[in-house]
Design a protein around this ligand. Structure first.
Ligand code: CP3
Length: 343
């Protein structure tokens, strides 16, 4: 039997001497070859919807660094676009979307059944990757978690405190819940199609989970994640799921068990001794190097890499950053990190 990919072994609960490693946003602007391909594609969305070029930028960090996983090049805001929202990116500023702040805005969105026409290029990218990736490299598909996607759809942009989404949640609960439910069903359908196209693992990015507290966290971070995972597991029991309820703090505790996630991705604020004791008993833990160290480099990058490896060495662990690598990171620092990790 062919030896199983390291990433899949860690996700299945195996403790490995050297953990598998990949980086959030590993295909991105810190790499000169990414900037060149992006220039060729035109804008960012054109790159996402161009299977040949999207596969190319997905492969670039694999060629350069030999990561244990590739994540399909796409964005969490493609699903809103497929649901009928207008989406565009303003260079240097970030995403912009048409807003959903009323029942009438919500009613203009399309149903889940129509999304695949827009999202088909992402499935094509996955098929190309499946045939071109080295045999030891796992292929990850992804989507945004419903709350995080809703925050962008409601505000029409990224917000520091997700204020508009919190406001809709309290002033028009019905529209807010309808939006969460639509994104939840869309995500189940989108991730199912990614798996059918070749994704071996899927990840849910809940980047703004930390701004939900108490019952809101349970209703809008935990419950939709649980529904998505249970529907996926019913259809694809062998496909592991990584959940990333970023900055959930104490609410990380029990999240894997409650949602059925195989792995929790932890942000930079999570204490590692606590994660080793409380989270690794429920499954794999992924994280949590500070992305700033990829800019800074030097001895601290080496010592922090070794500290994380050591702290999580008694259970299943995937080495990663606590959030995405930034455009000002030095590509040479990735080599420094890999050497510290792999020896
Ligand atoms: O990780 C990877 O390499 C795969 C591709 C990927 C991208 N976005 C590409 C991207 C993934 C997994 C994402 C997820 C994503 N997108 C999240 C969740 C993770 C997180 O960072 O919290 C969010 C919130 C988004 C929405 C989004 N996309 C924003 C807010 C921005 C603008 C900010 C920025 O970094 O420019 C994007 C753009 C984006 N998505 C870029 C990339 C490589 C930069 C676009 C460019 O080339 O100009």
């Amino acid at each position: 039997m062919a030896e199983q990919k390291k990433l899949l072994r860690a996700l299945a609960g195996e403790t490995l001497e050297v953990p598998p490693v990949w980086m959030m946003r590993q295909a991105g602007r810190y790499l000169p070859e990414y900037r060149a391909t992006r220039a060729q594609a035109g804008d960012f969305l054109s790159l996402c919807y161009n299977p040949e070029l999207a596969a190319e930028v997905t492969l670039q960090p694999i060629r350069r660094y030999g990561f244990d996983a590739a994540i399909v090049f796409a964005d969490i805001l493609l699903l809103p676009q497929a649901l009928g929202a207008d989406v565009w990116f303003v260079t240097g500023e970030g995403p912009r979307l048409s807003t959903v702040t009323s029942a009438s805005d919500f009613n203009k969105l399309t149903g889940v059944d129509g999304i695949h026409e827009t999202l088909n290029p992402i499935y094509e990218t996955l098929k190309i990757l499946k045939s071109e990736l080295p045999k030891e490299t796992a292929l990850i598909g992804f989507a945004g978690a419903p709350w995080t996607v809703a925050t962008y759809m409601i505000a029409g942009r990224g917000t520091p405190d997700q204020g508009p989404a919190h406001a809709l949640k309290s002033t028009d609960r019905e529209t807010f819940q309808n939006l969460i439910d639509l994104i939840t069903e869309g995500t189940i359908s989108y991730l199912s199609a990614q798996i059918e196209a070749g994704a071996e693992v899927v990840k849910l990015f809940d980047s703004w989970a930390g701004s939900l507290k108490g019952a809101d966290f349970n209703d809008f971070a935990l419950a939709p994640t649980k529904r998505i995972i249970s529907q996926l597991k019913a259809r694809f029991p062998h496909i592991p799921v990584i959940a990333f309820p970023r900055e959930a703090g104490d609410a990380y505790l029990g999240f894997a068990k409650a949602t059925g996630a195989d792995c929790l991705a932890i942000d930079t604020k999570v204490d590692l001794a606590w994660a080793a004791k409380e989270l690794q008993k429920d499954g794999c833990v992924q994280g949590n190097l500070d992305p700033k160290l990829m800019v800074e480099g030097g001895d601290r990058l080496i010592s922090e890499t070794k500290r994380i490896k050591e702290a999580l060495s008694n259970g299943p662990h995937i080495f990663n950053l606590g959030h995405g690598i930034t455009p000002d990171a030095d590509p040479a620092n990735v080599d420094v990190m890999l050497k510290a990790l792999r020896g």
